[in-house]
Design a protein around this ligand. Structure first.
Ligand code: NAP
Length: 327
């Protein structure tokens, strides 16, 4: 199913990403409390299916995985196989990072990036071997301005060939230079046709620097997907003493829903990803559209305007993020 066919409902603008439940280790903050005591493959798959069931029941119809999220693609494929009646969902995956932790929480290196033709060919075959014809969107994982995908013609032509087969081709960006990476990606064409139809980028109350470039991507007809809207959990775990916590207390809403609502408020944000690791988190995250209405009804635009004080300089944000432990 293509992105254009996602339901035009408030919750239809929320997607679910499985980065936190596809593997035993990740950088989000509260994992020790939120994940199964034993992070066996079986336990993590059961958790992933629990969150997928809850998301689908709420009306979420976009699911985001990657080769590097451990067994996330397999968990999603098994869930789809267990629900043959479910045909109204859009499945997005990513290539460009290889999972290297072999299911060890204490691995030295959890993922290795390589944006080459060989990596693309290998990982596309792996993804297709697992998701088959359910793959709707394939994204280059974490593009920076230095990424070879922005200049390698042979790789770009291989991506264009995948698009010609009916799989939407996109990019995700990461790091303090996201705006430059996004603008460079928008310029890439093959036979005069823009190559990347979607962009996925980090945008949140602590790191809003990609906003203008994302608005340009949306205006240029690309689908904009926002990731890390909760700053890997920081916006929830640090909310108590922050303007976000104060607004939540004043309006009877919750910090996670408000942080997601602050992104949903952006007209260029086509999809905002939840990275929920539990059913309760998912239930809270999908209440973001209601939280948006509550704040706008009670405080107008002033409510959210007061949150702009949370923004950090992008280099500081990404330095902090790169210091978060894999746990
Ligand atoms: N380069 C890329 O392309 C890239 C990079 C990152 C993410 N993504 C995509 O974006 C998705 C979401 O990003 P993310 O998970 O990295 O970050 P995120 O959405 O900013 O943070 C999600 C985390 O916040 C915490 N959380 C969420 N709701 C909560 C609640 N109600 N109460 C308490 N804690 C709550 C949970 O972590 P704890 O339970 O651990 O506290 C959860 O895993 C990913 O799954 C992936 O699909 C893509």
């Amino acid at each position: 199913m293509s992105l254009e066919r996602l339901p035009a409902t408030p919750v239809g603008r929320i997607g679910l990403g499985l980065a936190a439940v596809g593997r035993p280790a990740y950088i989000n903050l509260g994992r020790a409390a939120d994940l199964p005591a034993e992070r066996t493959v079986h336990a993590m798959e059961a958790r992933a299916h629990e969150v997928l069931d809850a998301a689908y029941a709420h009306g979420v119809r976009y699911f985001d995985v990657a080769r590097s999220y451990g067994k996330a693609e397999q968990f999603l494929a098994d869930w789809l196989r267990g629900h043959p009646e479910i045909r109204d969902v859009v499945i997005g995956s990513k290539w460009g990072y290889r999972y290297t932790a072999d299911w060890h929480v204490d691995a030295k290196v959890h993922e290795v990036k390589e944006h080459s033709r060989a990596m693309f060919d290998r990982q596309l075959a792996e993804t297709r071997g697992i998701l088959g014809d359910r793959l709707d969107l394939y994204q280059v994982h974490s593009v920076t301005p230095q990424s070879p995908v922005l200049t390698d013609r042979a790789l770009q032509e291989a991506l264009a060939a995948l698009a010609a087969e009916g799989v939407t081709v996109g990019v995700s960006t990461s790091g303090p230079e996201q705006p430059a990476a996004l603008r460079a990606a928008l310029e890439v064409t093959v036979a005069g046709v823009p190559l990347f139809s979607t962009v996925q980028a980090t945008y949140n109350l602590l790191e809003p620097s990609a906003g203008a470039a994302l608005a340009e991507a949306h205006a240029a007809g690309r689908t904009v997907i926002v990731k890390e809207a909760l700053a890997n959990g920081r916006l929830v775990h640090e909310a108590a003493k922050s303007p976000l916590g104060h607004l939540a207390a004043r309006t009877g809403t919750a910090p996670d829903a408000l942080a997601l609502a602050a992104v949903l408020r952006e007209p260029w944000a086509d999809l905002v990803l939840s990275g929920a690791a539990t059913r309760d988190q998912l239930d809270g995250n999908v209440s973001a559209p209601a939280a948006l209405r509550t704040v706008e009804d009670t405080e107008g635009g002033a409510g959210f305007a007061g949150l702009s004080a949370l923004a950090e300089p992008a280099p500081a944000y990404w330095r902090h993020r790169s210091g978060l432990p894999w746990a």
